[in-house]
Design a protein around this ligand. Structure first.
Ligand SMILES: Cc1cc2nc3c(=O)[nH]c(=O)nc-3n(C[C@H](O)[C@H](O)[C@H](O)COP(=O)(O)OP(=O)(O)OC[C@H]3O[C@@H](n4cnc5c(N)ncnc54)[C@H](O)[C@@H]3O)c2cc1C
Length: 445
């Protein structure tokens, strides 16, 4: 088609999937995969599960081996950051100053862990987004029992708290939400999770971090220190977390699991909408020849009729395939080849809207949560606890009179498949409720 490359920025789940899908869709021109981490693409969900636990080593997380990558004929640039994109000319700038004029670009830069100014430079405070983050935390958890305070009771905080408890550490889980994961899955499932965490010995608190206690001084959450004579010296070690209500939680280690920021800071071109991720149309296109996929992409979901952005592993794969297919279709249509094919009556490939049934899962202790559709932002939630001791439950989520999401906790695969079908397209609330009851009525084997 052209000698200009397609560049995929972000060498993780979405990035590597996009590269493979571009080849499958017929892109045989130059293909560059750019990632700022030094590692080959790896899988993130095990970071807060098997890897943190010590059950898996990093090699098991790698999404592809070098041998598997070879047939793609990739120009793989690891340890390289994209610093700018000119949307009109599709020109990328890399951190070494190189400019790449591209035929097309797929942006798959994901999100970065949010942090607190007060945590800057403090020893013993961690985030958990990258392999290096997870290995550093795992290392500190391997040296005998520790007091760990997990700040943030969303999915990541809950998973890390569960693993740390299983490893025998003293764990406090503190967050803004009254029960774990309430914003994502509602109060009913959140209460069930709270029961499980408490039963396992995790101390649950609701609150806001006001300051970190340290070996030197206390620093408030904005990063200001309360000691008049604070001097530069060795990094202070965290010794506790002070909450806004005055409660002090002693800590050897603190994990900040307070959400994430889409990695769009490098995209300053005003032609691109970077409010809450990179804004795209229903085809995952942010501008002509520029597509996005995975955690960074906010796109117009054609079924739900509003912009959505998911930080879910399955979405990274599915959206990368859609974006790659659509980019190749657009480039094909742009070329003279397309005109020739059209003259011979051959149909050029068509772009297709990306309309998945969203899916995510979470593992905490032996419990598996699996959700289809939309669970956050519901205006109606019905949670049915099928077996309290086994924490077996189902929840249905609705918006404006229609069912839009469903969640299964500790249910067998057969029932989960039936639940997915209920929300594959939004249906009236009453109808969905009947179908959920039917799907979960049979005895669990
Ligand atoms: C600890 C953890 C546990 C998780 N568990 C689950 C789970 O149980 N279930 C679930 O559904 N999802 C889970 N997720 C979410 C899932 O891992 C993500 O949805 C998925 O990794 C998104 O893939 P991505 O490729 O879009 O982004 P990422 O995996 O974030 O990859 C983006 C890559 O781009 C790189 N990058 C950023 N900016 C630039 C730049 N300017 N130039 C070059 N490279 C750049 C980043 O360093 C990164 O390597 C979990 C995530 C984490 C962190």
């Amino acid at each position: 088609m052209t000698n200009c490359p397609i560049a995929v920025v972000g060498a993780s789940a979405a990035g590597i999937t996009a590269a493979e899908a571009l080849r499958r869709a017929g892109w045989d021109g130059p293909l560059i995969l750019i990632g700022d981490e030094p590692h080959l693409p790896y899988d993130r969900p095990p970071l807060s599960k098997q890897l943190l636990h010590g059950a898996w080593e990093p090699a098991k997380l790698m999404l592809r081996t070098e041998e598997q990558l070879a047939p793609l004929g990739l120009d793989l640039r690891l340890g390289t950051r994209a610093t700018a994109l000119d949307a009109a000319t599709r020109t990328l700038t890399l951190d070494g100053g190189e400019h790449l004029a591209c035929a097309g670009v797929i942006i798959a830069t994901g999100v970065a862990a949010r942090t607190l100014p007060a945590a800057e430079g403090l020893t013993g405070v961690f985030t958990l987004r990258t392999l290096d983050d997870a290995l550093a935390l795992r290392d500190r958890l391997s040296g005998g029992p520790r007091r760990l305070v997990v700040v943030g009771n969303g999915v990541l905080g809950c998973e890390a708290a569960a693993v740390a408890r299983e490893l025998g550490h003293d764990v406090a889980l503190v967050g803004r939400e009254p029960v774990p994961m309430a914003a994502a899955v509602g109060a009913g499932i959140g209460e069930l999770l709270a029961e499980e965490h408490r039963a396992r010995g995790v101390r649950l608190l609701t609150g806001e971090v006001a300051a970190f206690e340290t070996t030197g001084n206390a620093t408030d959450a904005t990063g200001a220190t309360d000691a008049a004579d604070a001097t530069d010296g060795p990094a202070a070690q965290v010794t506790g977390v002070r909450l806004a209500d005055g409660t002090v939680l002693p800590a050897d280690l603190v994990l900040l699991a307070i959400g994430s920021e889409p990695a769009v800071g490098w995209l300053a071109d005003p032609a691109l909408d970077t409010t809450d991720g990179l804004g795209c149309d229903a085809y995952c296109a942010a501008a002509p020849g520029i597509y996005a996929a995975g955690d960074v992409a906010r796109w117009e979901h054609p079924v739900h009729g509003r912009p959505l952005r998911f930080e879910h592993r399955m979405n990274a794969t599915e959206q990368a395939m859609a974006a790659a297919r659509n980019l190749v279709a657009e480039l094909t249509a742009e070329t003279a080849e397309a005109a020739a094919e059209a003259a011979e009556g051959a149909e050029p490939p068509e772009r297709r809207p990306f309309a998945p049934v969203p899916y995510f899962w979470s593992d905490q202790y032996g419990l598996k949560l699996q959700a289809y559709g939309l669970t956050a932002g519901a205006d109606e939630v019905e949670t049915t606890v099928l077996d309290r001791d086994a924490r077996r439950a189902v929840a249905l989520y609705g918006r404006a009179g229609r069912a839009v999401g469903v969640l299964a906790c500790a249910l067998p695969p057969r029932q989960i498949r039936a639940l997915r079908a209920v929300v594959a397209t939004p249906v009236p609330w009453e109808e969905a409720r009947d179908r959920v009851r039917e799907a979960t009525a049979t005895a669990v084997g």
